[in-house]
Design a protein around this ligand. Structure first.
Ligand code: NAD
Length: 501
């Protein structure tokens, strides 16, 4: 493993010292082996980096946006050229199965393409003025330094969602990746630097990466020169970061935990529903913010779907994610496994009938944490069901009326992703309407996870309210100015106010 990892890092252009000399140990969740030691940045280093980023932004903001898009296009080309190497590193450092590692890098490529097009579409409105000889308009201008805090489970794609948009919008970036996945961050930075070299005229320090833990993230959150802190991670992290940024009137974009449900209605295509639930609940070992954590099944099909789900669950192959056939890789660490075990114990205590769970592959990988996927048939939506446990546990609930199903789906603190499987048009529309799902994502006949970059991504309530990626999410990375232009020879006041001198 170490040799493979070393070769990948070398191909991706990372000097040996940057992953062998430091104080932050990096382990692969695949076998628990140490694969690196990286330099941890101090709060003082963050202070310096933000200063450099500010300087870079003050130059970058003057370049025409389509020219800024050219840098992102070049970066996208680097990603295309090194897709397999970066994906393999994602698999080794985050424990994703190969196709999901490749999917993660594809998502980076997709957002680069989107951002390049966007660089010619950063448009504002013109607005009718109430005053004669006046015109009003709004412009979207670069914001400043964008700070990005990311989670381990999408170690590089989440940064790309933010950085590609931030850069075309005329900003510089400072990235604090998860302390569990610093190597993929260094590799991404190396690819970005290659694009910068080809671009030729980008200011130094346009995008920087600083490795470290929560304290380093807090230093970023507290720095008043960081105009926007885009933070992805647990709700616990959001509760710490949000108020700090708000205290200095900074802008925050929060992408926090989810507790996503699929409703399966009597008219649903059960083959489709089964596939959607299985990937949603157990893909990525249940470590996606959009993982399907609850399935709410109509009483008339509950027994049939449950039996099929249970059969399929028991047959899922847990294994080394680098080996062909494995569908479920390891959990990120021992703490994640302990959290899964304690959630399953709580589910039992709260009246649940639990299938699966427990440690897998302990003999082959004694220092890694593979878990058997679990299914818990619950008598009601109890306390444990309302929590996000970042592991492959699917809670199964039963409903009688659509109203009851929607109420159950909404009755959790999180509001990220949701779905209904139905062939009844009326039910689908009710689910998506004002009284339906309260989530940022509401799907019909596809599962809760695996969003495309074209739509705005994010959720409500404890998920934090932020939106990233497609649609008009770019506006979060710009500041709006309203301009009123007087081309008359008078100075009429608005609302007919008189101030005659
Ligand atoms: P985490 O909250 O432990 O860490 C996320 C990041 O926040 C890391 O970089 C960490 O160092 C940093 N951090 C932690 N505490 C901080 C603090 N007090 N101040 C500043 N930074 C701090 O999350 P994780 O275990 O890496 O990731 C899993 C969580 O992320 C899950 O809850 C998942 O739902 C969520 N997530 C959400 C989205 C989304 O788009 N909504 C996407 C991916 C992951």
């Amino acid at each position: 493993m170490n040799e493979t990892c070393k070769n990948l890092l070398t191909t991706l252009g990372i000097a040996g010292a940057s992953y062998t000399e430091g104080t932050l140990p990096v382990h692969s969740p695949i076998d628990g082996a140490r694969i690196g030691l990286v330099q941890e940045a101090s709060a003082a280093a963050m202070h310096v980096a933000v200063g450099c980023a500010l300087q870079a932004q003050q130059e970058w903001r003057h370049l025409p946006a389509p020219r800024r898009g050219e840098l992102v296009r070049l970066f996208g080309a680097e990603l295309r050229a090194h897709k397999s190497e970066l994906a393999a590193l994602v698999a080794i450092e985050a424990g994703k199965v190969t196709s999901e590692g490749l999917g993660e890098v594809q998502e980076m490529i997709d957002i680069c393409d989107f951002a390049v097009g966007l660089s010619r579409q950063l448009h504002g409105l013109t607005i009718a003025s109430e005053r004669p000889g006046h015109r009003m308009m709004e412009q979207w201008l670069p914001l400043g330094v964008v700070g990005i805090i990311s989670a381990f489970n999408f170690p590089v794609a989440v940064w790309a969602w933010n950085a590609a948009l931030a850069l075309v919008c005329g900003n510089s970036c400072v990235w604090k990746p998860s302390e569990k996945t610093p190597l993929t961050a260094l590799a991404t930075q190396a690819l970005f630097e290659r694009a910068v070299a080809k671009f030729g005229s980008a200011p130094a320090h346009l995008s920087q990466v600083l490795n470290g833990g929560a304290a380093l993230g807090e230093a970023m959150a507290d720095d008043a020169r960081v105009a926007l802190v885009s933070a992805t991670g647990s709700t616990r992290m959001g509760r710490a970061v949000g108020p700090r940024v708000a205290a200095r009137f900074g802008r925050c974009l929060l992408e926090l935990g989810g507790n996503n449900a699929i409703i399966v209605a009597p008219s649903a295509d059960l083959d489709l529903a089964l596939r959607g639930i299985l990937f949603g609940a157990y893909g990525t070992a249940g470590q996606r913010c959009t993982t399907t954590r609850r399935v709410i099944i109509h009483a008339s099909i509950h027994a049939e779907l449950l039996a099929r789900l249970e059969r399929a669950r028991a047959s899922l192959l847990v294994g080394n994610p680098l080996e062909a056939g494995a569908l479920i890789g390891p959990l990120i660490d021992g703490a994640a496994f302990a959290a899964m075990e304690s959630a399953l114990a709580a589910a039992r205590e709260q009246g649940g009938e639990v299938h699966g769970g427990g440690r897998a592959l302990a003999q082959a990988y004694p220092q890694a944490w593979y878990a058997r996927p679990a299914l818990a048939v619950m008598p009601a939506q109890t306390a444990v069901v309302k929590q996000e446990t970042f592991a492959p546990i699917l809670y199964v609930l039963k409903y009688q009326s659509l109203e009851e199903a929607i109420a159950l789906q909404n009755d959790v603190p999180q509001g990220l992703s949701s779905a209904i499987f139905t062939n009844d048009l009326r039910e689908a529309e009710i689910f998506m309407a004002a009284g339906g799902s309260d989530c940022g994502i509401a799907n019909v006949n596809i599962g809760t996870s695996g969003a495309e970059i074209g739509g705005a991504f994010g959720g409500e309530k404890e998920t934090g309210g932020g939106r990233e990626s497609g649609s008009d999410a770019w506006r979060a990375y710009m500041r709006r100015t309203t301009n009123t232009i007087n081309y008359s020879r008078d100075l009429p006041l608005a609302q007919g106010v008189r101030f005659d001198v």
